[in-house]
Design a protein around this ligand. Sequence first.
Ligand SMILES: *Cc1c(COP(=O)(O)O)cnc(C)c1O
Length: 361
Amino acid sequence: MARIWNFSAGPAALPEEVLKQAQEELLDWHGAGCSVMEMSHRGKEFMSILDQAEADLRELMGIPEQYKVLFLQGGATQQFAQIPMNLLAGRSADYIVTGSWSKKALKEAQRIGNVRCAATTEASGFTRLPTADEIKLDPFAAYLHLCTNETIHGVEIPAQRIAETGVPLVVDMSSHILSAPVPVEKFGLIYAGAQKNIGPSGLTLVIVHRDLLGMAPLTIPTVMDYAVMAENGSMLNTPPTYSIYIAGLVFQWLKRQGGLPGMAAVNAEKARILYEAIDGSGGFYRNPVDPDCRSRMNVPFTLAYPELDAAFLAEAKAAGLVSLKGHKSVGGMRASIYNAVSLQGVRVLVDFMNDFAKRNG
Ligand SMILES: *Cc1c(COP(=O)(O)O)cnc(C)c1O
């Protein structure tokens, strides 16, 4: 059976090595006589899986001791509500809107409390970052929220562009977490749904500074309270055990790739050759995003002749290149080139794109 070259935005490709290991361990995990799916979340076998996953994640990202790592559920979308429920504490918060996801995060937080849009690039079609003088920050905000990689618009905020502002930074890293080293100590809270760059859906990672725990009002539902989840080691109730197990295998795979510096080098090369193919196509392909904030993970592009879209997708599929249709809100194409998409996979895509342009340009 041949595996496709999978450019899905999420749920997305997983490393084949990880899937094979999961297959080998499916019926009998390490002599336990059952699958990870079938074992108690409080038994010593699963506890060892969870502890190892957390230790490997801490090592990969260099997460300082004063941060808690929470293995939650509900996706990044639940975090859009859970963050203000936990952190607003009767105050206001600032949101910078750089694409669909940060816009959704702002809208959801507005249902919970008093939050402000501190800047938005919607009028420029979410193709650039706001300039410093366009950002109007409230120095008394409970936190400042950013989405550091906009999965739909293909806009990424480079780590070195993120300045500390004196209020805790809360960041949605769903679609580029673990793609390169990040300075965790700059942030108050990092969150990510797993199904882009970590593992299967159903798991949501929250990395939170302990100073931000315990601020929630007494009326918060227990299961939504970060402090309670932290006190209970993410085990207040049953966590998404199988997703945590697969995420743990991905963390070990990442360590074998040279950790995040190793991943960053491969990811930079993948993005370089794909943007080069787009920019070098003489206008046949186009990516509208400012070169200084183009995403290394999600690359949207349009064809100069939209009537060729269907042929592009059909021929790509016939060549084994799948899930290249762009998000319905922006149209065109999108190639998501997460960690598990190899340099070879991107080379196959680039060769196909060059050939398609030559035949149809
Ligand atoms: C996919 C995505 C979300 C939504 O994630 P769910 O896990 O489906 O709730 C939020 N933010 C970003 C940046 C995403 O890529």
